[in-house]
Ligand binder design. Structure first.
Ligand SMILES: [Zn+2]
Length: 320
Protein backbone atom coordinates (compact mmCIF):
# COMPACT_ATOMS: atom_id res chain seq x y z
CA UNK A 1 0.00 0.00 0.00
CA UNK A 2 2.78 2.39 1.01
CA UNK A 3 4.66 1.57 -2.17
CA UNK A 4 1.62 2.34 -4.34
CA UNK A 5 1.16 5.63 -2.54
CA UNK A 6 4.83 6.46 -3.06
CA UNK A 7 4.55 5.70 -6.76
CA UNK A 8 1.41 7.76 -7.11
CA UNK A 9 3.11 10.70 -5.40
CA UNK A 10 6.11 10.42 -7.72
CA UNK A 11 3.81 10.26 -10.75
CA UNK A 12 1.92 13.31 -9.58
CA UNK A 13 5.17 15.23 -9.00
CA UNK A 14 6.39 14.25 -12.47
CA UNK A 15 3.12 15.45 -14.03
CA UNK A 16 3.33 18.77 -12.18
CA UNK A 17 6.94 19.22 -13.34
CA UNK A 18 6.01 18.45 -16.96
CA UNK A 19 3.02 20.81 -16.75
CA UNK A 20 5.19 23.60 -15.28
CA UNK A 21 7.86 23.10 -17.97
CA UNK A 22 5.24 23.15 -20.76
CA UNK A 23 3.67 26.31 -19.28
CA UNK A 24 7.10 27.97 -19.11
CA UNK A 25 7.97 27.06 -22.72
CA UNK A 26 4.55 28.18 -24.03
CA UNK A 27 4.16 31.43 -22.12
CA UNK A 28 7.50 32.64 -20.80
CA UNK A 29 10.55 31.29 -22.60
CA UNK A 30 11.91 33.81 -25.09
CA UNK A 31 14.91 33.25 -27.36
CA UNK A 32 17.66 35.88 -27.57
CA UNK A 33 17.84 37.32 -31.11
CA UNK A 34 20.87 38.51 -33.12
CA UNK A 35 21.16 42.28 -33.71
CA UNK A 36 19.64 43.73 -36.89
CA UNK A 37 22.11 44.84 -39.60
CA UNK A 38 23.08 48.50 -39.02
CA UNK A 39 20.75 50.96 -40.74
CA UNK A 40 21.19 54.71 -41.08
CA UNK A 41 18.62 56.85 -39.34
CA UNK A 42 16.71 59.57 -41.19
CA UNK A 43 15.40 61.77 -38.37
CA UNK A 44 12.15 63.50 -39.34
CA UNK A 45 11.53 67.23 -39.01
CA UNK A 46 8.40 67.54 -36.89
CA UNK A 47 6.11 70.57 -36.85
CA UNK A 48 3.90 71.46 -33.90
CA UNK A 49 0.29 71.25 -35.07
CA UNK A 50 -2.53 72.95 -33.17
CA UNK A 51 -5.41 70.63 -32.26
CA UNK A 52 -3.42 67.40 -32.51
CA UNK A 53 -4.04 64.85 -29.75
CA UNK A 54 -4.07 61.09 -29.18
CA UNK A 55 -6.44 59.16 -26.90
CA UNK A 56 -6.17 55.61 -25.56
CA UNK A 57 -9.47 53.82 -26.15
CA UNK A 58 -9.05 50.48 -24.40
CA UNK A 59 -11.87 48.05 -25.17
CA UNK A 60 -10.46 44.86 -23.58
CA UNK A 61 -7.85 43.90 -20.98
CA UNK A 62 -6.57 40.94 -19.02
CA UNK A 63 -4.21 40.52 -16.02
CA UNK A 64 -4.42 44.31 -15.77
CA UNK A 65 -3.12 44.36 -12.17
CA UNK A 66 0.19 42.82 -13.23
CA UNK A 67 3.06 44.11 -15.33
CA UNK A 68 2.31 41.36 -17.89
CA UNK A 69 -1.22 42.77 -18.34
CA UNK A 70 -2.51 42.75 -21.90
CA UNK A 71 -4.79 45.23 -23.62
CA UNK A 72 -6.70 45.64 -26.88
CA UNK A 73 -8.62 48.43 -28.49
CA UNK A 74 -7.84 51.56 -30.39
CA UNK A 75 -5.86 54.76 -30.36
CA UNK A 76 -7.80 57.78 -31.57
CA UNK A 77 -5.77 60.52 -33.26
CA UNK A 78 -7.54 63.85 -33.27
CA UNK A 79 -6.38 65.84 -36.27
CA UNK A 80 -7.65 69.16 -37.63
CA UNK A 81 -8.11 67.51 -41.05
CA UNK A 82 -10.26 64.63 -39.70
CA UNK A 83 -9.81 62.03 -36.96
CA UNK A 84 -8.15 58.65 -37.33
CA UNK A 85 -8.54 55.36 -35.45
CA UNK A 86 -5.49 53.12 -35.18
CA UNK A 87 -6.71 49.51 -34.86
CA UNK A 88 -10.13 48.70 -33.44
CA UNK A 89 -9.79 45.73 -31.02
CA UNK A 90 -12.26 42.85 -30.91
CA UNK A 91 -15.79 43.01 -32.25
CA UNK A 92 -18.43 43.30 -29.54
CA UNK A 93 -19.95 40.12 -31.07
CA UNK A 94 -16.71 38.12 -30.95
CA UNK A 95 -18.27 34.86 -29.66
CA UNK A 96 -20.91 34.94 -32.35
CA UNK A 97 -18.35 35.86 -35.03
CA UNK A 98 -16.14 32.80 -34.31
CA UNK A 99 -19.05 30.41 -33.73
CA UNK A 100 -18.85 28.92 -37.24
CA UNK A 101 -15.34 27.49 -36.62
CA UNK A 102 -14.76 23.88 -35.49
CA UNK A 103 -14.62 23.35 -31.71
CA UNK A 104 -10.82 23.33 -31.24
CA UNK A 105 -10.21 26.39 -33.36
CA UNK A 106 -13.05 28.22 -31.65
CA UNK A 107 -11.62 27.25 -28.27
CA UNK A 108 -8.14 28.51 -29.29
CA UNK A 109 -9.48 31.85 -30.53
CA UNK A 110 -11.63 32.30 -27.47
CA UNK A 111 -8.81 31.51 -25.08
CA UNK A 112 -6.34 33.83 -26.85
CA UNK A 113 -7.89 36.87 -28.57
CA UNK A 114 -11.27 36.22 -26.91
CA UNK A 115 -9.79 37.19 -23.53
CA UNK A 116 -9.74 40.79 -24.74
CA UNK A 117 -13.41 41.15 -25.67
CA UNK A 118 -14.98 44.57 -25.15
CA UNK A 119 -17.27 45.13 -22.20
CA UNK A 120 -18.43 48.33 -23.86
CA UNK A 121 -18.51 48.57 -27.69
CA UNK A 122 -15.90 50.86 -29.27
CA UNK A 123 -18.42 53.48 -30.59
CA UNK A 124 -19.80 53.95 -27.06
CA UNK A 125 -16.30 54.43 -25.61
CA UNK A 126 -15.55 56.98 -28.33
CA UNK A 127 -18.67 58.92 -27.35
CA UNK A 128 -17.45 58.91 -23.72
CA UNK A 129 -14.42 60.93 -24.77
CA UNK A 130 -16.49 63.32 -26.84
CA UNK A 131 -15.87 61.72 -30.23
CA UNK A 132 -18.78 61.27 -32.62
CA UNK A 133 -18.03 57.94 -34.39
CA UNK A 134 -19.99 59.14 -37.44
CA UNK A 135 -17.48 61.95 -37.89
CA UNK A 136 -14.33 59.83 -37.98
CA UNK A 137 -12.39 60.29 -41.20
CA UNK A 138 -10.71 56.88 -41.41
CA UNK A 139 -9.09 53.93 -39.65
CA UNK A 140 -5.72 52.31 -40.20
CA UNK A 141 -5.11 48.69 -39.18
CA UNK A 142 -1.68 47.53 -38.03
CA UNK A 143 -2.84 44.21 -39.55
CA UNK A 144 -6.04 42.38 -40.27
CA UNK A 145 -6.13 39.76 -37.48
CA UNK A 146 -9.51 39.51 -35.76
CA UNK A 147 -8.42 41.25 -32.54
CA UNK A 148 -7.41 44.35 -34.52
CA UNK A 149 -10.05 44.49 -37.28
CA UNK A 150 -13.07 43.18 -35.31
CA UNK A 151 -14.10 46.58 -33.95
CA UNK A 152 -14.80 47.69 -37.54
CA UNK A 153 -17.90 45.49 -37.34
CA UNK A 154 -19.19 48.04 -34.82
CA UNK A 155 -18.18 50.92 -37.11
CA UNK A 156 -19.41 49.96 -40.57
CA UNK A 157 -18.75 52.32 -43.48
CA UNK A 158 -15.59 53.75 -41.93
CA UNK A 159 -12.92 54.00 -44.68
CA UNK A 160 -9.96 51.73 -43.87
CA UNK A 161 -6.36 52.31 -44.92
CA UNK A 162 -4.71 49.04 -45.96
CA UNK A 163 -1.95 47.79 -48.21
CA UNK A 164 -2.35 45.49 -51.20
CA UNK A 165 -0.47 42.67 -49.42
CA UNK A 166 -2.72 42.81 -46.37
CA UNK A 167 -5.91 42.86 -48.45
CA UNK A 168 -4.74 39.78 -50.36
CA UNK A 169 -3.91 38.09 -47.06
CA UNK A 170 -7.34 38.98 -45.62
CA UNK A 171 -9.15 37.51 -48.62
CA UNK A 172 -7.08 34.29 -48.79
CA UNK A 173 -9.39 31.33 -47.92
CA UNK A 174 -6.43 29.29 -46.58
CA UNK A 175 -5.58 32.06 -44.12
CA UNK A 176 -9.23 32.48 -43.16
CA UNK A 177 -9.43 28.72 -42.41
CA UNK A 178 -6.75 29.18 -39.71
CA UNK A 179 -9.11 31.49 -37.85
CA UNK A 180 -6.95 34.57 -37.19
CA UNK A 181 -8.63 36.33 -40.12
CA UNK A 182 -12.41 36.15 -40.32
CA UNK A 183 -14.09 36.08 -43.74
CA UNK A 184 -17.05 38.02 -42.30
CA UNK A 185 -14.78 40.96 -41.44
CA UNK A 186 -13.59 41.46 -45.04
CA UNK A 187 -16.84 43.25 -45.85
CA UNK A 188 -15.62 46.15 -43.70
CA UNK A 189 -12.36 46.37 -45.72
CA UNK A 190 -11.59 47.96 -49.10
CA UNK A 191 -12.14 45.84 -52.23
CA UNK A 192 -9.31 43.29 -52.74
CA UNK A 193 -8.06 45.08 -55.87
CA UNK A 194 -8.26 48.57 -54.40
CA UNK A 195 -5.54 49.13 -51.79
CA UNK A 196 -5.87 52.41 -49.94
CA UNK A 197 -2.38 52.64 -48.47
CA UNK A 198 0.72 52.86 -50.62
CA UNK A 199 4.25 53.52 -49.48
CA UNK A 200 6.67 55.90 -51.13
CA UNK A 201 10.36 55.07 -51.40
CA UNK A 202 11.07 57.77 -48.81
CA UNK A 203 13.21 56.78 -45.83
CA UNK A 204 11.80 57.52 -42.38
CA UNK A 205 13.70 56.78 -39.16
CA UNK A 206 15.28 53.36 -39.95
CA UNK A 207 12.71 52.31 -42.55
CA UNK A 208 13.17 52.60 -46.32
CA UNK A 209 9.55 53.32 -47.23
CA UNK A 210 6.86 55.46 -45.64
CA UNK A 211 3.40 56.96 -46.13
CA UNK A 212 2.67 60.39 -44.65
CA UNK A 213 -1.09 60.11 -44.07
CA UNK A 214 -1.93 63.80 -43.64
CA UNK A 215 1.05 65.12 -45.64
CA UNK A 216 2.14 67.17 -42.63
CA UNK A 217 4.44 64.70 -40.88
CA UNK A 218 2.02 64.13 -37.98
CA UNK A 219 1.09 60.51 -38.74
CA UNK A 220 3.48 58.38 -40.77
CA UNK A 221 3.02 54.69 -41.57
CA UNK A 222 5.88 52.32 -42.41
CA UNK A 223 5.78 48.66 -43.52
CA UNK A 224 6.47 46.08 -40.78
CA UNK A 225 6.17 42.87 -42.81
CA UNK A 226 6.51 39.67 -40.80
CA UNK A 227 3.64 39.08 -38.38
CA UNK A 228 1.44 39.35 -41.49
CA UNK A 229 2.56 40.21 -45.06
CA UNK A 230 1.07 43.71 -44.94
CA UNK A 231 1.59 44.65 -41.28
CA UNK A 232 2.33 48.32 -40.75
CA UNK A 233 3.59 50.50 -37.91
CA UNK A 234 2.32 54.02 -37.29
CA UNK A 235 4.38 56.95 -35.98
CA UNK A 236 2.27 59.60 -34.28
CA UNK A 237 4.13 62.88 -33.73
CA UNK A 238 2.15 65.12 -31.38
CA UNK A 239 5.17 67.42 -31.01
CA UNK A 240 8.91 67.19 -31.76
CA UNK A 241 9.41 65.47 -28.39
CA UNK A 242 6.03 63.81 -27.75
CA UNK A 243 5.94 60.89 -30.12
CA UNK A 244 4.94 57.25 -30.18
CA UNK A 245 5.31 54.39 -32.63
CA UNK A 246 2.44 51.89 -32.64
CA UNK A 247 3.80 48.58 -33.88
CA UNK A 248 0.77 46.25 -33.75
CA UNK A 249 1.78 42.67 -33.01
CA UNK A 250 5.30 42.99 -34.46
CA UNK A 251 6.44 42.66 -30.87
CA UNK A 252 4.30 41.50 -27.96
CA UNK A 253 5.62 43.68 -25.14
CA UNK A 254 8.47 46.01 -24.20
CA UNK A 255 10.78 43.14 -23.27
CA UNK A 256 10.91 42.20 -26.96
CA UNK A 257 12.73 45.37 -28.06
CA UNK A 258 14.37 46.27 -24.74
CA UNK A 259 16.11 42.90 -24.35
CA UNK A 260 16.00 41.85 -28.01
CA UNK A 261 14.16 38.58 -27.41
CA UNK A 262 11.58 36.76 -29.55
CA UNK A 263 7.96 36.18 -28.59
CA UNK A 264 6.89 33.26 -26.41
CA UNK A 265 5.90 30.12 -28.34
CA UNK A 266 2.18 30.63 -27.78
CA UNK A 267 2.24 34.03 -29.50
CA UNK A 268 4.59 32.92 -32.30
CA UNK A 269 1.74 30.71 -33.53
CA UNK A 270 0.10 33.70 -35.18
CA UNK A 271 3.28 34.95 -36.95
CA UNK A 272 2.76 34.38 -40.66
CA UNK A 273 6.53 34.47 -41.39
CA UNK A 274 8.32 33.59 -38.10
CA UNK A 275 11.85 34.29 -39.41
CA UNK A 276 10.89 37.72 -40.76
CA UNK A 277 8.94 38.43 -37.57
CA UNK A 278 12.07 37.79 -35.48
CA UNK A 279 14.20 40.03 -37.73
CA UNK A 280 11.65 42.77 -37.19
CA UNK A 281 11.91 42.48 -33.40
CA UNK A 282 15.68 43.05 -33.77
CA UNK A 283 14.95 46.03 -36.02
CA UNK A 284 12.63 47.55 -33.43
CA UNK A 285 15.28 46.96 -30.82
CA UNK A 286 17.72 48.94 -32.99
CA UNK A 287 15.18 51.77 -33.29
CA UNK A 288 14.70 51.77 -29.52
CA UNK A 289 18.48 52.17 -29.06
CA UNK A 290 18.79 54.93 -31.66
CA UNK A 291 15.71 56.93 -30.63
CA UNK A 292 15.31 56.43 -26.87
CA UNK A 293 12.78 59.30 -26.58
CA UNK A 294 10.31 57.50 -28.84
CA UNK A 295 7.68 55.41 -27.03
CA UNK A 296 7.21 52.12 -28.86
CA UNK A 297 3.69 50.78 -28.21
CA UNK A 298 3.01 47.10 -28.94
CA UNK A 299 -0.73 46.62 -29.59
CA UNK A 300 -1.26 44.42 -26.52
CA UNK A 301 1.51 45.74 -24.24
CA UNK A 302 -0.52 47.49 -21.55
CA UNK A 303 2.45 48.88 -19.61
CA UNK A 304 3.72 50.72 -22.72
CA UNK A 305 0.37 52.52 -23.10
CA UNK A 306 0.45 53.52 -19.44
CA UNK A 307 3.86 55.16 -19.93
CA UNK A 308 2.55 57.38 -22.72
CA UNK A 309 -1.05 57.89 -21.60
CA UNK A 310 -0.37 58.85 -18.00
CA UNK A 311 -4.08 59.32 -17.28
CA UNK A 312 -4.79 55.67 -18.17
CA UNK A 313 -7.52 54.36 -20.47
CA UNK A 314 -9.80 56.98 -22.05
CA UNK A 315 -7.22 59.73 -21.44
CA UNK A 316 -5.79 61.94 -24.15
CA UNK A 317 -2.35 63.47 -24.70
CA UNK A 318 -1.99 66.63 -26.75
CA UNK A 319 1.00 68.13 -28.48
CA UNK A 320 0.67 71.48 -26.72
ZN1 LIG B 1 -3.25 40.96 -31.78
Amino acid sequence: MLRVLKRLTLLLLALVAIGAAAFYVLYFHRAALPPAPPHARVAPVIARLPGLAACWVETGKTFSRFSIGMTAGSILVRHPAGDLLIDTGNSSHFRQDVSAYPFWLRWKLQSLAGQLNPEVPLPDLLRRIGEDPARLRWAILSHVHLDHAGGLMDLPRLPVLMTHEELQFANNPEIQAKGYVLAAYTKTLPQPGAPTLQFEPKAYEIFDESADLYKDGSVVAVPLRGHTPGSVGIFVNLSPTRRFFYVGDSVDDERGFEERVGKPLLLRDSDNDPALANQLVSRLSQLHEKVPGLTIIPAHGRSAYKKFFLGGPLSCVSGQ
